[in-house]
Design a protein around this ligand. Structure first.
Ligand SMILES: *Cc1c(COP(=O)(O)O)cnc(C)c1O
Length: 300
C-alpha cells in the first residue's frame, strides 16, 4: 500500500502555446489531501508505522498537517496537529475532517511547534513539514512516474517554501540520470528564503515573511535544499503576490483546477513568460496544489 496516489501528467495546450514549447503538468493537486505533501508525509508516516509508531504529531496548519492527518486515518493511527491561533478556520476544519485531534496553542507557529515536539515520543512520531530525508524519498517518486510515462524533462519548474519539494525532485532527477536538468525555483518576494540563501551563498534566516503565499513562508530553507542549489542548475525566481494570484486564476480557467498562490508562484513563471525555452523543450511543472484555497480567496 502507498498512501499517496499516482497523479495525472497532463499536456498543457494553452501553456505550451504561450511559451512556444511543450509544457507538462504533474498534477499533485489531485492527491487526495490536496497537495504533494501526501507523498512526503505519507511516505514518512508509513515508514514509521512499519517501525512500530503508535501515532503522529504535527505542528503544521497547512498542507503538511492535513497530509499527516490523512495518513494517520489511512494507517488507523491517531494524529494530533498543534496549530497557532493564526491558523485559519478553513485549515482547522480540513484537519479535523481527516479525523485528527486539533490543538490550538500559542500566538505563533514556534509556540505550537514547541508543544508538538514535547508531545512526541518513541511511539508518537513528530513529522516535520519539510526537513527529513524520508520526506524527500516520497517526493522523488513523482519523477519516477513522469519517467515511466516517457517524458524526459528539459527543465522542471516548482515552488519553494522550506525546500522539501526541491530536495525530492532533485533526488528523483538524480535517480534517473537527469541531474543536469535545470530546475526553476519560484518563490514570492515576501517568502524568498532560497533566493536569499543563493545570493548570500549560505543559509539565511529571513527576519520577516510577508504576502499571500503563506504556504511558502519558511524563514529558512532546509540545508539540503541549499546544497541542491549548489550542486544542481537551480534558477531562482521571485514573483509578486499579484502574479501568483493571476496565475492561479488563469490556471483555473485553463485547466479547471484551483490551486493555492504558493503553487501559483511556479505557474507564474510560465504565465508571465519569465524565461525562454527552445521549441522542442519539454517543461515539467509541478502543480503542487494546496488544500485550503477557496475560489472566494482569489476574489479578495
Ligand atoms: C509545502 C508546499 C509548498 C512548499 O514546499 P516546500 O517543500 O516546503 O518547499 C508549495 N506549495 C504547496 C501547495 C505546499 O503544500
Amino acid at each position: 500500500m502507498t498512501i499517496s496516489i499516482e497523479t495525472p501528467l497532463l499536456y498543457s495546450q494553452p501553456l505550451s502555446a504561450l511559451n512556444r514549447c511543450h509544457v507538462w503538468l504533474k498534477m499533485e493537486s489531485s492527491q487526495p489531501s490536496g497537495s504533494f505533501k501526501l507523498r512526503s508525509a505519507g511516505h514518512a508516516c508509513q515508514h514509521y508505522a512499519e517501525q512500530g509508531a503508535k501515532g503522529f504529531v504535527s505542528s503544521s496548519g497547512g498542507n503538511a498537517g492535513i497530509a499527516v492527518a490523512y495518513s494517520g486515518r489511512k494507517l488507523n493511527l491517531p494524529v494530533t496537529v498543534v496549530v497557532p491561533e493564526t491558523t485559519s478556520a478553513r485549515a482547522r476544519q480540513l484537519i479535523e475532517q481527516q479525523g485528527a485531534k486539533l490543538i490550538v496553542h500559542g500566538k505563533i507557529w514556534a509556540e505550537a511547534n514547541e508543544l508538538a515536539l514535547a508531545m512526541a515520543s518513541e511511539e508518537i512520531v513528530y513529522i516535520h513539514p519539510f526537513d527529513n530525508p524520508l520526506l524527500w524519498d516520497g517526493i522523488s517518486e513523482l519523477v519516477d512516474e513522469v519517467v515511466a510515462q516517457q517524458v524526459k524533462p528539459d527543465a522542471v519548474l516548482l515552488s519553494v517554501g522550506g525546500g522539501s519539494l526541491l530536495s525530492g525532485v532533485a533526488q528523483g532527477l538524480e535517480k534517473h540520470g537527469l541531474a543536469q536538468t535545470p530546475i526553476y525555483a519560484a518563490e514570492t518576494f515576501g517568502t524568498g528564503s532560497l533566493n536569499a540563501a543563493i545570493k548570500a551563498d549560505r543559509l539565511v534566516r529571513l527576519e520577516k515573511l510577508s504576502g499571500i503565499a503563506t504556504t511558502l513562508a519558511a524563514s529558512q530553507v532546509c540545508e539540503n535544499a541549499f546544497n541542491v542549489s549548489k550542486k544542481h542548475d537551480v534558477r531562482s525566481h521571485l514573483v509578486t503576490d499579484e502574479e501568483a494570484v493571476a496565475a492561479c486564476k488563469a490556471f483555473l480557467n485553463d485547466h479547471r483546477t484551483l490551486v493555492e498562490p504558493a503553487c501559483g508562484a511556479a505557474l507564474a513563471l510560465l504565465y508571465g513568460q519569465k524565461a525562454t525555452f527552445k521549441p522542442d523543450d519539454n517543461l515539467l511543472v509541478i502543480v503542487c496544489g494546496g488544500a485550503s484555497v477557496t475560489y472566494e480567496d482569489l476574489l479578495k
